[in-house]
Design a protein around this ligand. Sequence first.
Ligand SMILES: CCCCCCCCCCCC(=O)SCCNC(=O)CCNC(=O)[C@H](O)C(C)(C)COP(=O)(O)OP(=O)(O)OC[C@H]1O[C@@H](n2cnc3c(N)ncnc32)[C@H](O)[C@@H]1OP(=O)(O)O
Length: 215
Amino acid sequence: MQVMTEHTERDGDYEHHGGFPVYAADPDNGGPHFGRLVEALRTVQDLAVSTAPPPEVIAQAAEQAEALAALLAPYTAPEGHYPAGRSVGLPGRGSLLMLPWTVEKFDRTGVRSTGVFRRYHMGGNGAAHGGVLPLLFDDLFGMITHAAGRPISRTGYLHVNYRKITPLETPLVVEGRVDRVDGRKTFVSARLTEPDGTLLADAEALMIVLLPGQP
Ligand SMILES: CCCCCCCCCCCC(=O)SCCNC(=O)CCNC(=O)[C@H](O)C(C)(C)COP(=O)(O)OP(=O)(O)OC[C@H]1O[C@@H](n2cnc3c(N)ncnc32)[C@H](O)[C@@H]1OP(=O)(O)O
């Protein structure tokens, strides 16, 4: 997967739009144990929303969670200086906020990612929560804009059409592209499908190039 520092045909003013820090991919994906930590935390998230332990077990889990937080707290770092979000070799770039999906295609013609929605992402009656689909699409649109060599942009609007119930624990595909560029405006669209092509949701968005100094 290409990242900002490896781009070739981009706007000559690419690095200067907006007040964004410049991110670089972490070639080590956070080191030998980071991916394992993120996966363990995701499993804890799944279990935290789907288990009903007795009080003594909850107390024990709370103590262990508090101990883990205390272990990590001394190592907080500035934005762009921790592996979460920059570990492009890990699902969701190693960020717990992102869906744990894997980018399979990332170039000027578009981006494709595959993965599953897990128990943590459940809304009601066994289906994915409606709020996680915009998260998936928004991050994809950021990557699409970036892969197309467009300058640093933010989402102006994001429209999602929910076509069919999105299942959990089922391999899915999301793929999108730049449809049109008009000055600062990049119009993008994407589709979320099952592997056989069944459409679950589609989305379109407007990504707006930041002006110098815009946050
Ligand atoms: C390592 C891997 C990395 C991978 C990287 C992965 C990154 C993930 C990225 C995630 C992206 C996000 O979620 S960003 C977070 C969500 N988005 C935001 O918080 C944005 C908040 N909004 C803003 O900051 C502002 O609205 C801006 C900066 C986007 C635009 O403000 P502005 O600079 O004043 O521009 P403005 O004149 O209003 O708009 C410019 C043009 O766009 C049009 N426009 C603006 N908003 C809209 C709108 N909602 N609907 C229609 N059109 C609109 C205007 O009419 C105008 O058209 P015309 O008159 O010129 O024709």
